[in-house]
Design a protein around this ligand. Structure first.
Ligand code: ARG
Length: 246
């Protein structure tokens, strides 16, 4: 004789306490910075940074929601509480550390110059008298402004790095200075643009960090713990290989 099937569990809301909803952190990112953060054809935010943060969240048992946020003003959205933290290939700098806290570094970077294939530029100092495109308020903007001078009209500032690179193709600027990973990715994926890259050891080493509001140690510890965990268990290496090759 088969056992009678057990009565189905009651499904009315009153019968069981709802599980506490998982905390959802709102994460700001300027998604025009492939391969770190960009939007795919479906409008989804994807990239190395996105995979790293998603893996950290999965390890830590919390949820994240990525919100595309223009770079200019991205730090304000953090200060104002509109975003809980930021992942946006953000270089950890002494100046930024005054107004926000950073996780442990998760990626090494350096500035890289993009020029048209026929350019004679061979080193950073060669840009001194040229028109140089940068993304406003980035570390690229900082180094170029330093070289060309604060009041130089030859520093051409753009809302996004892709816009600066498009202007290089159009001939409006002679060079673009931006993070190496992004410049390399653009040059590799836009062979029609006929660009080449010029590296220079004069550029300081940079490291990316996740940014939280100053004093938000609870979240910072969660992020650092998750980062350490995904580095220890090989997840970070897998994500790295997916985006940059082994
Ligand atoms: N690493 C550079 C900086 O911190 C550029 C970052 C730009 N990021 C972006 N998603 N547009 O200034």
């Amino acid at each position: 004789q088969p056992e009678p099937a057990p009565a189905p569990a009651p499904t009315t809301e009153a019968s069981a306490p709802a599980p506490a909803p998982a905390k959802v952190y709102v994460v700001g990112t300027d998604a025009a910075y492939a391969p770190f953060e960009s939007q795919n054809e479906k409008g989804e935010i994807v990239g190395f940074d996105i995979d790293v943060v998603s893996a950290i969240a999965q390890k830590g048992g919390f949820e994240v929601k990525f919100v595309n946020t223009p770079w200019e003003g991205i730090f304000n959205t953090l200060q104002q509480g509109d975003r809980d933290f930021l992942v946006s290939s953000i270089t950890i700098t002494e100046e930024r550390k005054q107004t926000m806290d950073f996780s442990n570094p998760y990626f090494d970077a350096r500035q890289l110059i993009a020029v048209r294939e026929n350019s004679k530029v061979a080193k950073f100092a060669d840009l001194k008298k040229l028109k140089v495109g940068v993304q406003t308020g980035t570390t690229g903007d900082e180094v170029v402004t330093q070289l060309l001078g604060k009041n130089s009209t030859n520093v051409k500032r753009f809302e996004s790095t892709p816009l600066a690179l498009q202007e290089l193709q159009a001939g409006g600027v002679d060079a673009v200075v931006a993070d190496n990973g992004v410049v390399e990715n653009y040059v590799a994926n836009n062979t029609g643009a006929k660009f080449k890259t010029v590296s220079d050891d004069a550029f300081p080493a940079e490291q990316y960090g996740l940014a939280v509001r100053k004093g938000n140690t609870e979240l910072l510890e969660k992020l650092n713990k998750g980062l350490a965990d995904i580095k220890a268990d090989g997840t970070y290496d897998q994500i790295y290989a997916k985006h940059f090759g082994a």
